[in-house]
Ligand binder design. Sequence first.
Ligand code: ATP
Length: 330
Amino acid sequence: MYKIATIPGDGIGKEVMSSTIKVLQELSNKTKLSFQFLEYMAGDEHKVKTGIALPKETVLGVQNSDACLFAAVGDTAKEVIIPLRQRLNLYANLRPAKAYPGIKALKPDIDIMIVRENTEGIYKMIGSREKTWGINVRIITYEASERIVRYAFNYARENSRKKVTAVHKANVLDFTDNVFLEATRDVARDYPDIVYEEQIIDACAMKLVLMPENFDVIVTTNMFGDILSDETAGLIGGLGLTPSGNIGDNKAIFEPVHGSAPDIAGKGIANPIACILSSVMMLDWLGEKDDAKRLENAVLDVLKEGRIRTPDLGGTHKTRDMTDAIILNL
Ligand code: ATP
């Protein structure tokens, strides 16, 4: 029995989480898997009610679970998911970008894994705000860089990927990104079987649009990874389809890349696939490879059939319809 901490959060977070739990429950009815879902509070609504965006019980709940599924929070993201990642030392943020069958992707050949450093960089939240100016400090350490780059190369090796591209801005941010590049070059020497290349962030952003097929695994610092993964989400058909994992040595939180989408919250039209595919990543991380594949295939079959589409995919179906269709395909 897996103890799964769930954090539905705000806006469409609640809707996509309840869809995902329903799908996982159906999956457990059909397999040997069994789950205990324990719901924890966090986010804007909780802060309005209690003054606290991330209660201690939630952090403890995640710490005591086998894995955590997190849906989305609104304006309090910086008080919730960023501290959770840092406190639990979930240093690797995995953000896959894969074009799916039946989806009108800008780039149908895309299959990239973005490995983003998740604990430092400019998201370290060190700085200050004065009346007419502000400062955010960017911290890059050799230790965290080496750890994330090794993760990326190991990922490449274990998943038969051929190339790792390190993305940086060392020509301008030389104090910090030269540390990152020293680490990437040192680690790359240990993986002669994998092609290693370097790209400057701005050029990389353009090449991702022009020639995404030239990318395989991308490893980069915190903010660059955040931006590039939204760009690749756009290339494959939108935020409704992109899952992610925040992974440490023995804890992990899985979450859709999208936020709380206040513009569509409460309408029952959010696409639950990003959250459901995040649970696929969770099952995979828990070692339940076959059941992860089974659930992923159920999602892919619905996309391939193309009958059920939420508005973000050009249709008029509801979250509930998509959930039911995936369950039917399990
Ligand atoms: P937040 O402030 O919580 O980040 P946001 O609206 O600024 O919210 P996202 O939630 O990431 O950012 O949404 C960006 C856009 O993508 C919105 O127009 C939203 O409706 C759309 N979107 C995001 N997720 C989904 C989804 N699962 N299904 C359908 N549309 C989505």
